[in-house]
Structure formats: C-alpha cells, structure tokens
Ligand binder design. Sequence first.
Ligand code: AMP
Length: 586
Amino acid sequence: MAFEEITKPSVSDMKETPNLIDYQSTREDFDWYRDGFSGLDWLPDGGLNNAYEAVDRHVNNGKGKQKALIWIGKNGDEETYTYSQFKEESDKFGQVMKNLGMQRADRVFIFMDRIPELYFAAMGILKAGGVIAPLFSAFGPDPVRDRMEDAGASFLVTTPELKSKIDTMLPDIKTLQKVIVIDKSDTANIKTDEKTLLYKDLMKNVDATNFILEPTTQYDFSIMHYTSGSTGKPKGVLHRHQAVVQQWLTGKWALDLKEGDIYFCTADPGWVTGTSYGMMAPWTNCVTQIIYEGGFSAASWYEIIQKYGVTVWYTAPTAIRLLMRAGEAVVQRYDLSSLRFIGSVGEPLNPEAVVWGNKNYKMPIHDNWWQTETGAIMCANYATTNIRPGSMGKPFPGVTMGILDDQYNELGAGESGILAVRPGWPSQMFAYWQQDEMYNSRFKKGWYITGDQASIDEDGYFWFQGRADDVINTAGHLVGPFEVESALIEHKAVAEAGVIGKPDPIAMEVVKAFVTLNPDYEATDQLRRELIGFARDKLSAGVAPREIDFIDVMPKTRSGKIMRRLLKARELGLPEGDTSTLEDDG
Ligand code: AMP
C-alpha cells in the first residue's frame, strides 16, 4: 500500500457516537428484515411508499416542525420548508396528478433545475403512485426525446427555460398527456392550452384536504433513471418502492445520518445519487437537507458549510479534485468545524484526495461504491472503520460482493477480476425498461455482474480498477459512446464516429471522438468546432466530445463494430493488442 492506513479513533474519543459502531459484528449478525425492513413505518395496510417514509411519517410522528429543506437559489434567495409544509405541498401535487388522470406506474419525467418545487413534485408523484424519471437539466433535446420515447412518458414537469430547449421535439412523444410548467419567478408568460398547464394555477386551485396516498406496495415501481452501456441507447433502470429500505439504512450506517443533521449532497437529481441520497436517504432519516441550486464553486460550498453548520457532506471525486486545486488557503478562510462526516461517490477517489481531506478538513473522505442498478450504497468506508486510501471500503452489511474470473468463478484475495454482487439486496433494480435480454445478461452463475473490475485484499477491502466495458466516466457521469457517436453521424460532414474516454486529471475522463468525413468535406479546425457545437446542442456540454480528431479510416471488426479499444490504445500510445478481428489494415 502506497499510502498509510488512516486509523479511526476509538468510539469514546469521537465527537459523537456513530450509528454503526462495530462493522464486523454488525455484519456477522445482520438481518435485512430485522435491521432494514422493520425500521420503516410502512402503510397501515402493509404497503410501502418511499415518499410516505421520507416525508409523511415524520409529520405523523410529531416531527412536522423540523426543517426538511433549506433551499439556496443561484442568486442567493433562500427558502425553508418544514416536514409539515413539505407534506402539504407534496400532497397538493399528488392530488393535482390524480386529478389530471395519472395512473399507477405512469412515467412522469422531471426536467428541471434544483428548486424546491422539483422535490414537492417528485414526492407528490410518488405518493400518487407514479414513477418519477428525473433528467439532468443540461441535456439537449436528443437525450430528452430518446428517454421519454423509450419510457412512454405520460407527463413532463419542467420550467419555461428548459421547455423552450425541447419544445420542437415534444410533439414526437406520442404518449405525452400533459406538460406542467413551473415558472418560479412568474415572468415567463407561458401560453397555456389543453396540454400545457402552469404549476402555480394547478396548485392554487387544488383541494388536497382529502388527498389519499396511493396504497403502493414494496413491489410497485417508483423511480427510473437512464444509464449508459457500451452498446445501444441508454437503458431505463427501474426501481421499486422497496429500495427505500436500503437507502434509509445506508444513509444511517454508511453516511452516519442522524435526525437533526444538516446534510449537503452536491449531486443533481438527474443522476441516481441525487434521488437515492438527495431525496430518500436524507429525508427518511429526518435530517435537514441543504439544496443548492448553483454549481461547483469552492468558496460557495465552504460558505454554505460554515453558514448552515453542515454536519454531513456527500460529494464526488471530480469536485474534490477541484477543491484541492482551489487550494488549502481557501479552506483556511472558513470555519468547517461543524462537519462530522464526508462521503464521496461516482468515480475512483484518488488516495491523495483522502489524505488531503484528512489534513485540510481534519477528517478523511469516505469513498463508497454503488451504481444506478444497485440503487443504494453497496461498499463503503464507515465512520468507525480504518481507511486504506484508494480503497472503496467493505461491503455494506447484508451485501455480498466477490471478484470473479472470466468464467464467473470466484477469485481469492489479491487477484483482479470482475466485480460482482450476490443478488437479492433490497434496492436492486427490478428491470431495464423493456430490455429483458440486457437485464438477464447482467446475471451469471448466481452473481450480478457490475461492469467494473476490482480486487479484494486479505482484509476484505475492495479496490476499484476500472470499467470492464467502453462506458466513459466523466466527472462521475457515465456516458455511453454509442449515444455520442449517433449524434455526431447526424451531421452531414460525418461518415463514421468512434468515441472513447481520454484520461483527464480533474474529470477522470473526458469524451473524445474520432471521425471520418464524407467526401467533399475537409478536415479543418472550423469543422471541428462546428461538430463540437453540434454535439453540444444535441446532447449537452458534459456529454459532447471535448476533442475531435479526424481520421482516414475507422478501425472496425469484421462484423462492423467500431474498435474503440484500438482507438483508445492509439490515443494513449499503448500496444494495440489483439487486432486479428480487425476489418482491414485501417
Ligand atoms: P452510475 O450508475 O452512473 O452511478 O455509475 C456507476 C459507476 O460509476 C460504477 O459502476 C463505477 O464504474 C463508477 N463508480 C461509482 N462509484 C465509484 C467509486 N467509489 N470508485 C470507483 N468507481 C466508482
């Protein structure tokens, strides 16, 4: 180990006693039913509803006056809502959706920035039995259309600005019944019609005094997130209300959330961290959540921690690398002593960052691992376990992980292989939306295959090594090369496109494209800029290629598949490996 293990103080020397005191004994004696399922309130008829567990139950348990969320707008506006107010607003929106005819399991897309109404809408839809499908607000029209069409979206909740971005493609979504527009500043002058409705009118006119929460069961669908694979368009990962069991318990044990905590999660709800840990885990644990509408800024983030007394902070490696780059002097200017726990997810957290955090924040950063398909944290560094910088920690109690060879047989300590999990954890995805074959392909010999490569050491710590496929991880967001390639070849100049992840010191990887041109087009810098702009408009700045190289021949297999592996090897100046399936000498 290149970096020394960070030893945790004994529990009696800690500022506060953590929720998970002894990882090992808890793991040995763990029971999902006793420790997980029984910790929630459930509905009187034995049903389960994640929004009820996150919001309503606290009101029913006499905690309605506690603050559920403090919103900080981009421009410094601030709004605070108690659990009672949160219940009221979400009940109202639930009633709105019922009045509009939303049926159980209808897919409702949410395409907007982080404003309180997003959360009222999300919880309202869930309470009324709908499935929320939040999208990242930076997406351009293509990804929005692809996802809404694939899911057969019935409703869309959005804002004027984002709606105007996708207006031209909305008629393509044949299943779409209504578009609800949230005009927070009341300035957009939206033209309403039978299909386009204003949130504020709907909320003003609704009577939710008799709102009846839909009696969902743990098996009802609740949330859908799109995630990228190396082939085909992104797949809709479908989760059920049951996932809330693990989201609640991991919030409590892996992030050490306690009632009354001030919690700051920097993830956007367009990605799974923004729903599992930006909605479900914090609110089921009855904390006060800070929701910051703005993007990354070292000074603003530290300011928030200082001003609101943030106790638990959950962020991502790219942000941590940017904080490191902003420097130690900036940290010194703020009082961050309220912090008790820092977690990180989404990409490998470099060991240097763990050590830097330990020095500058006076506590290590706790890396944990999971993915859209797992729905909740699966492997973590805990408040009381020693940290080996660079390791993603140990499996959550009740979760069994293994390293497999290419025949799916388990390997021992020290060997690298496929990272796999024994199926059956509560927040396991239920399906890829209408892609059974793809879903089934993720299970082999009694294991769920994660798509990652890792190893395990003699003491049970897991070490991430990389993706086993072509999926690109840029700043914690997975990008499927196929989606980018498809966008690029829609440009008249492009004949073929191959897309790879190029290593980057901050974002881990950035998207790089190689294109061949149609006859009569010349490889110029101007065309390069045009293509980048074209992809940005269609996709989003984060997903579009940052670099484009023009090449004469696209390397492909004899069956016509673009050899991204080869493009990457060439880009990195590495040996090209086995090229026996190459189509020709391109
Ligand atoms: P997503 O489904 O978008 O949440 O992405 C999940 C993928 O992100 C995982 O399969 C990993 O490739 C990567 N990832 C997530 N957390 C970590 C971590 N702690 N260390 C390394 N990679 C991670």
